[in-house]
Design a protein around this ligand. Structure first.
Ligand code: ZN
Length: 284
């Protein structure tokens, strides 16, 4: 089954003139990601460690590999952080260059080639105006994720009136959602878990929107890590997880929630005379 799927995917990508393909996952074990082939067939299922991840194929480099969940989206927003934080009163050449360089950084990071592969939405052929269009697309990604898809806990969950805004996403982000998704193709494969979807495209920006579409359709709640700013998904056993799980962010979280001396305190909590950990079972 695996080989057939792979051959079909290759054929499909060629027929559809697609250079890149992604296969996003939500929550699966690290062992399972490592046991997956490029088509999504898994040989071993081990629930030990829940992480989120995905899979990307780069046909021009004939390369494939595992990526963190929301890999493309996180890369784009990370690289656009600087141009998005600057808001010049008048658009100038310097700012257009900054956006262009940021875009080139993005493509180089995810494809290894320093080439902008996508045209801006409703391109006009004027560099300054087109660069602003790219930037606005990045802003749309940020707004969709932060405003509509993220929630921190039950306490600060969305207000009911937000439902109207969610309905309106189609209007507000019509260009980005509809046009970019129209530039992507779907390829369905049978896996051990059921039907999986490959998203294929000639460029990368359509696949960023496919990552978001995947989260919407699978009702995956996304959160923003308050420490590093990356988007992450909570595991089912900890739906209110407050950080992305990276070592540095976990440390910051512990320091904030338990005080700066949390490491020393943890050691002193132990009851004298009793060894650390669960009491040993008494064998009768
Ligand atoms: Zn983090």
């Amino acid at each position: 089954m695996g080989n057939n799927n792979r051959e079909n995917l290759d054929y499909f990508m060629e027929e559809m003139n697609c250079s890149y393909a992604i296969y996003p996952y939500s929550l699966i074990s690290r062992e399972r990601i490592e046991s997956l082939d490029a088509v999504g067939n898994d040989k071993v299922v081990n629930k030990k460690k829940l992480i989120s991840g995905g899979f990307i194929i780069n046909r021009s480099l004939a390369r494939e590999g595992h990526t963190p969940f929301m890999f493309l989206t996180n890369c784009l927003l990370d690289i656009f952080k600087r141009p998005l934080s600057i808001n010049p009163k008048l658009m100038n050449d310097e700012y257009a260059d900054l956006i262009e360089q940021s875009l080139l950084d993005f493509y180089e990071m995810v494809t290894d080639e320093r080439v902008i592969l996508d045209t801006p939405l409703k391109a006009v052929g004027d560099k300054k105006r087109d660069m602003i269009k790219y930037l606005n697309e990045g802003r749309a990604v940020e707004i969709v994720l932060e405003q509509f898809m993220g929630s921190y806990s039950k306490k600060d969950a969305r207000e009911p009136e937000m439902i109207n805004d969610i309905v309106n996403i189609g209007t507000v982000f019509h260009e980005a959602f509809n046009e970019r998704l129209a530039q992507a193709r779907h390829f369905y494969v049978l896996t051990n878990k059921g039907i999986g979807t490959w998203y294929c495209s000639l460029g990368i920006l359509p696949l960023v929107w496919c990552e978001i579409k995947f989260c919407i359709e699978n009702q995956i709640k996304i959160k923003v890590c308050p420490y590093c700013g990356k988007f992450y998904v909570c595991p089912p056993n900890n739906p209110n997880k407050r950080h992305c799980g990276e070592q540095a962010c976990l440390y910051q979280y512990n320091k904030e929630s338990r005080g700066p001396n949390f490491e020393a305190e943890r050691k002193s909590i132990r009851v004298p005379g009793r060894s650390a950990g669960r009491p040993k079972k008494v064998v009768k």
